[in-house]
Design a protein around this ligand. Structure first.
Ligand SMILES: Cc1cc2nc3c(=O)[nH]c(=O)nc-3n(C[C@H](O)[C@H](O)[C@H](O)COP(=O)(O)OP(=O)(O)OC[C@H]3O[C@@H](n4cnc5c(N)ncnc54)[C@H](O)[C@@H]3O)c2cc1C
Length: 466
């Protein structure tokens, strides 16, 4: 006799219950929305799947309701914010609830007296910064996705950016969080103080947890006062990325505190010239874009002196705000300039500063060995390097040579004491490397922590640690 397996609940029953729980936000189940919110342009293959429902929550109560439905029917929940993840971190999982916090987008407070802001997770990074600047302060973390990514996503990925070299990544700028756990409790960790030495540091545990431990509902961030004086920005050209990296390592220990030390190799500059109509590639070699926001003359002179020691040519500086904005735009346009409608993988290794030059050299060798054009750029001041490889749009899967090149670069990164994720996080793109990067003990402890917070394994499964 054949046994028949049948479900306890139909999808319709699940959705009906879910809708009863979400009283402030909206539940979408139409195929078009589900497809749009389940598949980022990055990945449409097996790693992601079509969600059962997409929910735009508007309150903590809604999130608690979604978690209640998830527990009742054992449905996975994928937290999503502005959906700009580069590591397939917020795509749908088959049959899941995709829980978007992008409508929770209020700046609740900006306090000059306490130098902080309290925001909901859907607030766009650039909007928070703009609001802070209106009060003489700024929000420092500035990912390339500043105009399009949200603070909740930035917290969940521990986003970095150009100013990390001086002001740190998201983890260095968050004072406290509110988080809804898988069991529905909303907890508050950290607070409003600049120092905090009480209890385990759960704030930092949630930062970078990629939606696997809880759903962030409120973030208290540090705001910095705008420095006095006119910022100075400039460019310099070096023979190659190796020489540039040596100069950067020296600048970092010189007592100059740049707010930006961005590297672009010649292939990237050529792509940018084509995209922007500029002519930087005629300088050949590698380009460093630098900025200091406390630019007294001694600081700028010291920078020039150090760069000259490493053979920098065509060093140009400017205090003109329009020219500075153009240079920042040049750096931010790097991705569309390179990708230009092709398939791509952009990697995100971070090296100890003393090993950055070795790594730059190694990436060059891998390109030669595999006959690949590897575009190399990155937040050099943090030892953070973004090698990018492109291939034709028609070819869906990455070519074998590309995969092998990435594997070589990852192994070398770990051998040199670096990490294979400096700022973009792990998602579905790098979770196979947990054991390799973390070692067996820490790999297991991560799973124990996950089970403590989310024993039913509901939150963003198959991501980050699995
Ligand atoms: C053009 C471009 C440039 C970029 N440049 C940078 C860069 O310079 N530096 C950098 O670090 N990144 C960069 N990124 C990557 C991306 O923007 C960041 O990872 C960003 O922090 C994601 O924010 P988001 O709001 O889009 O979150 P999403 O992409 O929606 O989600 C990202 C992760 O956070 C989790 N999550 C989302 N909301 C919540 C929540 N409320 N609670 C708990 N977990 C949640 C998701 O499950 C997922 O794991 C770039 C991306 C693009 C497209």
């Amino acid at each position: 006799m054949l046994l028949t397996v049948f479900s306890a609940f139909s999808n319709e029953q699940i959705i009906e219950f879910l809708k009863q729980q979400v009283t402030d936000g909206n539940v979408f189940t139409d195929p078009e929305t589900l497809k749009k919110q389940s598949f980022s342009s990055k990945m449409t293959s097996d790693e992601s799947g079509l969600a059962l429902a997409y929910i735009e929550v508007k309150s903590t109560r809604d999130i608690q309701g979604v978690m209640k439905a998830a527990r009742k029917f054992h449905v996975p929940v994928v937290p999503q914010n502005q959906f700009t993840s580069t590591v397939v971190g917020a795509d749908g999982v088959a049959g899941s609830f995709v829980l978007s916090t992008k409508q929770m987008n209020h700046i609740k407070e900006i306090s000059r007296a306490d130098s902080l802001a309290v925001v909901e997770p859907g607030v766009i990074n650039g909007d928070l910064d703009k609001a802070a600047r209106e009060q003489g302060m700024f929000y420092a973390p500035d990912p390339g996705s500043k105009p399009i990514s949200g603070i909740g996503g930035n917290v969940a990925t521990n986003a970095g950016g150009m100013s990390t070299v001086k002001y740190g990544a998201t983890k260095d700028n968050v004072l406290g969080l509110k988080v809804v756990l898988a069991d529905g409790r909303e907890i508050k960790v950290g607070g409003r103080t600049l120092k905090q030495a009480f209890g385990y540091n759960l704030t930092q545990l949630f930062i970078g947890s990629e939606g696997t431990l809880g759903v962030v509902t409120e973030v208290t961030v540090k705001l910095m006062p705008i420095p006095i004086g006119t910022p100075t920005m400039g460019i310099a050209f070096f023979d190659d990325m190796t020489k540039l990296a040596e100069a950067v390592a020296e600048i970092r220990i010189s007592g100059v505190y740049p707010t930006m030390l961005e590297a672009l190799d010649n292939a990237t500059i050529e792509a940018l010239d084509k995209y922007e109509g500029t002519h930087y590639s005629s300088n050949s070699g590698a380009m460093l874009i630098f900025k200091v926001d406390n630019s007294i003359p001694e600081v700028v002179d010291k920078l020039k002196e150090l760069m000259n020691q490493y053979g920098a040519v065509n060093v140009t500086v400017t205090t003109d705000s329009k020219e500075q904005a153009d240079l920042e735009k040049l750096r931010r346009d790097m991705l569309p300039a390179i990708f230009a409608g092709q398939n791509h993988i952009m990697e995100d290794m971070a090296m100890p500063l003393s090993k950055l030059a070795t790594m730059m050299d190694y990436i060059h060798q891998v390109g030669v060995q595999k006959h690949l054009k590897i575009y190399v750029a990155g937040h050099a001041g943090d030892g953070n390097v973004h090698p990018t490889i492109v291939w034709p749009k028609e070819q869906k899967e990455a070519p074998q040579d590309v995969v092998e090149a990435l594997q070589l670069m990852f192994h070398e990164t770990l051998k040199l004491g670096g990490t294979i994720s400096g700022e973009h996080a792990v998602g579905t793109m790098k979770n196979q490397w947990n054991n390799e990067e973390l070692g067996e003990d820490v790999d297991q402890i991560q799973h124990q922590i996950k089970s403590l917070f989310d024993p039913m394994q509901l939150l963003n499964p198959k991501r980050k640690i699995n």
